[in-house]
Design a protein around this ligand. Structure first.
Ligand code: AMP
Length: 217
């Protein structure tokens, strides 16, 4: 299974990628998680990325391309992968095509999760993440708050700094100016499937699986 999940911040790429990763036993490669790990462990990359992420801007292409190239060249993706958060610019899309070419990867699917901006602002305002296991919760849907423990592991639930409303609005601007144009790159090649991201987690999960298994378009 080689799947690229595309779509605006907050549409549910991370949630879906985690589910599919468990169901299909292939790694979830999230460039956002890679950067957050780098920030948490205080690496050079983390030091540079923190301010960019908190401002809702994009980390430079060459940094992200090198990071993704390294993972896609590692044995951990032998059985496939779910890519979440990359490519986010035309430059990254072209670099990914080159990486796939070099690795003789022809067989992959790309799913674009669609949702409108107001729903994103609402969802991200309600999103909490477990500091310990990374699971994602929605305060409205899951009935959790920053005072409750993670229902799965008891870890602390926090709001991501970049989920504050002002940053979310910046992330959306960046999405529309730099990331959405990437869609045309794939649409021209006919490689893109579209799923309505406003449905429930279960429905979206089912639709992606139909695409992955080749029983849906
Ligand atoms: P995410 O968790 O995918 O929403 O990513 C969080 C933040 O990490 C983004 O708002 C960007 O600042 C940064 N980031 C993640 N992936 C990329 C990428 N492919 N290119 C540039 N910046 C990225």
């Amino acid at each position: 299974m080689r799947l690229i999940l595309f779509g605006p911040p907050g549409v549910g790429k991370g949630t879906q990628a985690k589910l599919l990763s468990e169901e299909f036993g292939v790694p979830h490669i999230s460039t956002g998680d890679m950067l957050r790990d780098a920030v948490a462990s205080g690496t050079d990359l983390g030091g540079k990325a923190k301010a960019i992420i908190d401002a809702g801007q994009l980390v430079p292409d060459d940094v992200m391309i090198d990071a993704v190239k390294e993972v896609l060249n590692s044995p951990k993706v032998n059985r496939g992968f779910i890519l979440d958060g990359f490519p986010r610019t035309l430059e990254q899309a072209k670099a990914l095509a080159k990486i796939f070419d070099d690795l003789s990867i022809q067989d992959y699917k790309m799913v674009n999760l669609e949702i409108d901006d107001e729903e994103i602002i609402r969802r991200l305002g309600n999103r909490l993440v477990c500091e310990n296991d990374g699971k994602i919760y929605n305060m409205e849907v899951d009935g959790v708050t920053t005072d409750s423990p993670c229902p799965d592991c008891g870890g602390r639930l926090i709001q991501r700094d970049d989920d504050k409303e002002e940053t979310v609005r910046n992330r959306l601007k960046v999405y529309h100016s730099s990331t959405a144009p990437v869609l045309y790159y794939y649409k021209e090649g006919g490689d893109m499937y579209v799923v309505d991201g406003s449905g429930s987690i279960d429905i979206v999960n089912r639709e992606i699986k139909m695409i992955v298994k080749g029983t849906g378009v």
